[in-house]
Unconditional design. Structure first.
Lengths: 202, 107
């Protein structure tokens, strides 16, 4: 039996205990997978919403335990719940527009232009450049619908294949492919507008 | 200024690095206690489903199949001009045994 197999059977046993009524056994799963869930959640939602979303992930996992197949991979199953919870977070945010949309500043435009001129390599290790990169990324992602945002993050920023992203989101591969294409097209359009505006000003 | 493929790749590479930086943000561990508190409060949710609840789940899963069957049967009836009552009566009337029985009853 490999290390992963024994890990899976341990998880299945713990799930069995929880389903038999030993709710405290869920704490074992919570402690074991907290870091894994946090790693996923931190990348997909805003910093302020990380704890709340991670909380929601484990509550959903607890409620869905009867549907967990004992021969399945608990880590993968939980990852899927985490990704879908992040997607639901963005859908909720976009519906209520709780977070105001940020604007792109002149510094960000300059930063984009530097990348365009391929001068970025010199400064990216510096903290400031990382900050700008993140801000411009957040600005661009904010302008995409929740589904396209998730696909772009999973496929282009995290490097998952279309099939893996589809499994995590619970969608078909075709659906992910279409959203990925749309996300890329919108992103391209957004960046073109920024660059063209700047050229127009100069 | 051209929006080249090289520029896109460069930007994506930088964004990828910035994106993975998000992982390093520090988060406290009090939320775990809150999760366990929450979970203890909803323990009844994971109790095994009753027969009626399971039947309800199955019913909803089969609902689209039932709808499709109704639709197909409806189209068939309309297409072949079938009138169920008339067809049934014709079937009984054509059956010699039933016909005799009908006659004996009428006499």
């Amino acid at each position: 039996m490999t290390h992963t197999d024994s890990g899976n059977s341990d998880d299945a046993q713990t799930v069995g205990l929880v389903l038999e009524g030993n709710v405290n056994a869920f704490e074992t799963l919570l402690l074991k997978y907290s870091d894994h869930v946090l790693r996923i959640v931190k990348k997909h939602v805003t910093y302020e919403a990380v704890e709340e979303t991670a909380h929601e992930v484990f509550v959903r996992a607890f409620q869905s335990l009867p549907g967990f197949r004992s021969d399945g991979n608990f880590r993968q199953w939980l990852s899927s719940i985490a990704v879908r919870t992040c997607y639901d977070y963005w859908r909720k945010v976009y519906r209520s527009r709780e977070i105001p949309m940020s604007n792109i500043s002149e510094t960000h435009r300059e930063w984009l232009e530097e990348i365009l001129l391929d001068r970025s390599g010199r400064s990216f290790d510096e903290r400031d450049a990382q900050e700008e990169a993140r801000e411009v990324l957040d600005w661009a992602l904010e302008r995409l619908p929740a589904g396209e945002r998730m696909v772009l993050e999973l496929v282009y920023l995290e490097g998952f294949s279309l099939k893996e992203a589809a499994e995590l989101l619970g969608w078909s591969v075709g659906n992910v492919k279409i959203r990925s294409f749309r996300a890329r097209r919108k992103l391209r359009k957004l960046l073109c507008e920024v660059i063209n505006d700047r050229e127009g000003e100069q | 200024m051209k929006f080249t493929k090289n520029w896109q790749e460069n930007l994506m590479r930088i964004w990828r690095l910035a994106y993975h930086e998000k992982e390093k943000a520090e988060v406290g561990d009090q939320w775990q206690e809150k999760v366990m508190h929450h979970v203890r409060g909803i323990r009844h949710v994971i109790s095994k489903k009753s027969f009626f609840e399971q039947f309800g789940d199955l019913l909803w899963r089969l609902a689209p199949v039932a709808c499709a069957l109704i639709l197909i049967l409806g189209i068939c009836i309309l297409k072949f001009h079938m009138i169920p009552d008339y067809e049934m009566a014709k079937l009984v009337a054509n059956d010699p045994m039933d016909y005799r029985l009908l006659q004996s009853l009428l006499i």
